[in-house]
Design a protein around this ligand. Structure first.
Ligand code: FAD
Length: 456
């Protein structure tokens, strides 16, 4: 195939662009297919992911979407002898609230008609609760276990803050290796004709076909294409603007840390644990003074939201743990490839995580040298749903706005976007994930009124 004349040009070789190309090549036999990226495949946001997945969302459309993606990931895990390292110890959402009515309502709303079958309440006794001793995705239970009562939770999770009164254990959840998933897809589609080229898209013009100007090794070239897939991650709105289209997306920088847990503060068999409760962090007088002096950090003195998360990384015999907290709400429409990270973040997230797991407090002020502090953008629509399918510009398709769930959502996004490109039938929920949802006033009113956007 001549790489300057293709049927389909996918812009972006993150996990979402790769997955879209993969389904176009494998399911729909498209071979005149080129993926371009300014950098190496899987090197921008897709290299920053926590790589967790879950099928819990406060809305059935998003639950359907991630269930579909998990079905597809399972197919790949089967076909590749689990090269993607899929595990399934679940997500454990905890709160000190004894009766978190709103949370339980969201749980029921998310699972819709299946809620009665999938949600198991355990109060007083945990008979029937299968603890997450095994990481095997094939033997893990489905549904959700709701553990009610401090003693019950302490019996299973003794290292947690003893004030935790309710735990929701989402079972179809765990982690995968996003890098392995991307590599597997690239290797699978290469023999089918799909190609990758390192090239930065500079401009898009449309006559009878698209003429896309790209920068390759310092020289400008033009690629002619019939169809464009915009999978440019945080730069999707920038790419859309090249053909005169506005996308309703903003970017929010989020961060994580990972370090070697030499003190074994975290049980290696712990699920991905999320402390849902907000908190005001404890600072010394000197720290308060330093933070108050810097306007961008002064908010760390204020009450902070919940959803601090922590999980073991690298398997049962590994040593590393990952901590994250998506508390930033500052948006930007001008993302950069190497955003500046908040230097206080490692200490802040550690402090916050120590509330649920007091043993982590030993690392305060003494984080091991074996550590990584990383971050990237969540490209988000205001309702935190993705944009998958036809753009307004004929011939352009979107696979973007995957916020903090693009690793878990990549397979479904790739599948749905590929179907949109070839005009194949899509599942019922797909319509609501496309730009067309903004024409659906009832849905948009419902989303506007909902208390949770599923951001963890
Ligand atoms: C800190 C953090 C933690 C996360 N944790 C999780 C998690 O636990 N689970 C989960 O499911 N998701 C998680 N995510 C989200 C997930 O990482 C992303 O949703 C996903 O990687 C997005 O993939 P993408 O392909 O859309 O974007 P990207 O990986 O950013 O790929 C877009 C590509 O487009 C290229 N590009 C852009 N503009 C151009 C241009 N003009 N020309 C050529 N190429 C261009 C870029 O170089 C880039 O490689 C997390 C994200 C962050 C930041």
């Amino acid at each position: 195939m001549k790489t300057n004349d293709v049927e389909i040009l996918v812009i972006g070789a993150g996990i979402v662009g790769i997955a879209t190309a993969y389904y176009l090549a494998t399911e729909h036999k498209r071979s005149r297919l080129l993926i371009v990226d300014e950098g190496q495949p899987m090197a921008l946001t897709s290299a920053q992911s926590g790589e967790n997945y879950r099928n819990w969302w406060p809305h059935p459309t998003m639950a359907d979407f991630t269930n579909h993606s998990t079905d597809l990931m399972e197919q790949i895990a089967h076909a590749s002898d689990n090269r993607i390292h899929m595990t399934r110890r679940g997500y454990l959402l905890v709160t000190r609230d004894e009766k978190p009515e709103e949370l339980l309502q969201q749980l029921h709303a998310g699972y819709g008609d299946a809620a009665a079958r999938l949600i198991r309440l355990h109060e007083g006794s945990s008979r029937g609760y299968v603890p997450p001793h095994s990481a095997d995705w094939q033997t893990a239970p489905d549904g959700v276990d709701v553990l009610l009562g401090r003693d019950l939770i302490r019996a299973h999770y003794p290292a947690f803050d003893h004030e935790v009164a309710t735990a929701l254990h989402i079972r179809r959840a765990g982690d995968i290796s996003g890098q392995q998933l991307g590599q597997y897809m690239l290797e699978s589609m290469r023999p089918l004709g799909a190609q990758f080229q390192q090239a930065k898209v500079l401009g898009i013009a449309k006559a009878d076909r698209f003429a896309v100007d790209v920068l390759v090794g310092g020289a400008t070239q033009t690629i002619n294409a019939d169809i464009i897939v915009n999978a440019a991650g945080p730069f999707a709105a920038h790419v859309a603007a090249m053909h005169g289209e506005d996308l309703p997306i903003v970017n929010v920088l989020q961060q994580k840390i990972a370090f070697a847990d030499r003190n074994r503060a975290v049980d290696r068999r712990m699920p991905f644990a999320i402390d849902l409760d907000g908190q005001t962090l404890a600072w010394t007088d000197d720290e308060r003074e330093a933070l108050a002096a810097a306007p961008e950090f002064a908010r760390l003195l204020q009450p902070m939201p919940g959803s601090i998360h922590c999980r073991p990384d690298g398997g049962d015999h590994g040593e590393w743990i990952k901590l994250g907290w998506a508390f930033n709400t500052e948006t930007t429409t001008a993302p950069v490839r190497e955003p500046e990270l908040n230097p206080y973040f490692p200490e802040v997230v550690l402090r916050a995580a120590s509330r649920l797991q007091p043993r982590l407090a030993h690392y305060l002020g003494a984080l091991p040298r074996d550590r990584v502090h990383y971050g990237g953008y969540y490209p988000m629509t205001k309702e935190n749903w993705p944009l998958i399918g036809a753009a307004k510009t004929p011939g352009v398709f979107l696979a973007t706005a995957l916020s903090g769930y693009g690793t878990m959502g990549a397979c479904a996004t790739g599948d749905l976007c590929a179907r949109a490109v070839v005009a194949a039938p899509v599942p019922a929920f797909a319509h609501s994930l496309s730009l067309a949802r903004y024409e659906d006033k009832a849905l948009m009113d419902e989303l506007e009124a909902s208390a949770s956007r599923g951001l963890l």
